[in-house]
Design a protein around this ligand. Structure first.
Ligand code: OAD
Ligand code: ZN
Length: 255
């Protein structure tokens, strides 16, 4: 039980106060996030889409990682090999202590702002605590609170650095997942807080656990992945992840 793959979705950040996409709090001003997170919505009303992302950035900045993020970061320390694939665009896994090299943000990063036409992108991540001053954040997107950011290279609209519905996943990130899966099977695969709507999530979980690895689903609700799980944990992530991680690290000293 030396290789670990964790896959997370919005449910892992729910207990940090970040609304899930398909949960009852996901709606924003009566708008369905599934319809806002699209190239079509951005083409129709970029101002509206930017407002939604700015509010989400603020909420994420104000939120703190919860016990589930922390447990996952602890597991990474103990595992022989470890990869987290997260569909979340927030930075809570990283702020819980997980290194960038140990994670793939398959749907992008909400703090990246990229050009909608050329390859320019910039990092609008909050400054590190050490470097933070009261108005340090005003340099980036905050400076354009009332306008639409434009590319300094080609003049096109800038957009959030996330994957929208109907867009391809970033190929470099897919490659990182594929390399990890191809090298060896995993002894433990944990899928946390996702409706597993996308086929690639199920595919990666099944392929990683293909040689008899444990496939654990942590989710209060049933999902399309549930039927394949070797163990179902129908509890909130922040309650159960610390227990699960303790179980693995205690029962398997070499994990
Ligand atoms: P969803 O909002 O679809 O699903 C959240 C899941 O978390 C549900 O299955 C809930 O039952 C579960 N959940 C809620 N609270 C939980 C808790 N405390 N502990 C554990 N589980 C909990 O979010 P995702 O599956 O992440 O993509 O959505 C996948 C993708 O669809 C998102 O990355 C986003 C979205 O549209 C893009 O924007 C491309
Ligand atoms: Zn550009």
């Amino acid at each position: 039980m030396v290789r670990v793959l964790i896959i997370t979705g919005a449910g892992v950040s729910a207990e940090s106060g970040i609304p899930t996409f398909r949960g009852k709090d996901g709606y924003w001003r009566n708008l369905d996030p599934i319809k806002l997170a699209t190239p079509e919505a951005f083409a129709r009303d970029p101002e509206l889409v930017w407002q939604w992302y700015r509010e989400r950035r603020h909420r994420i900045r104000d939120a703190q990682p919860n016990a589930a993020h922390e447990a996952i970061a602890n597991l990474a320390q103990c595992a022989d090999e470890f990869l987290l694939v997260t569909q979340n665009v927030d930075d809570l896994h990283e702020r819980a202590g997980l290194a960038k090299a140990e994670m793939v943000q398959i749907h992008g990063d909400i703090f990246v702002t990229k050009c909608s036409r050329c390859d320019l992108n910039r990092d609008d991540a909050p400054p590190s605590i050490a470097a933070a001053t009261c108005d340090a954040a005003s340099e980036g997107e905050e400076g354009q609170e009332n306008g639409l950011p434009r590319c300094t290279k080609c003049g096109a609209l800038m957009r959030p650095g996330v994957v929208w519905f109907g867009e391809p996943l970033p190929s470099g990130e897919i490659e990182r997942v594929e390399n990890y899966l191809q090298r060896d099977p995993c002894g433990v695969v944990i899928v946390v807080g996702t409706t597993a709507t996308f086929g690639y999530i199920i595919d990666w979980a099944l392929r990683a656990s293909r040689r008899g690895g444990e496939l654990i689903e942590v989710n209060p609700e049933e999902t399309p992945l549930s039927q394949f799980a070797t163990r179902l944990v129908r509890e909130p992530a922040a309650v159960v992840l610390p227990k699960l991680v303790e179980e693995f690290t205690a029962s398997s000293p070499q994990i």
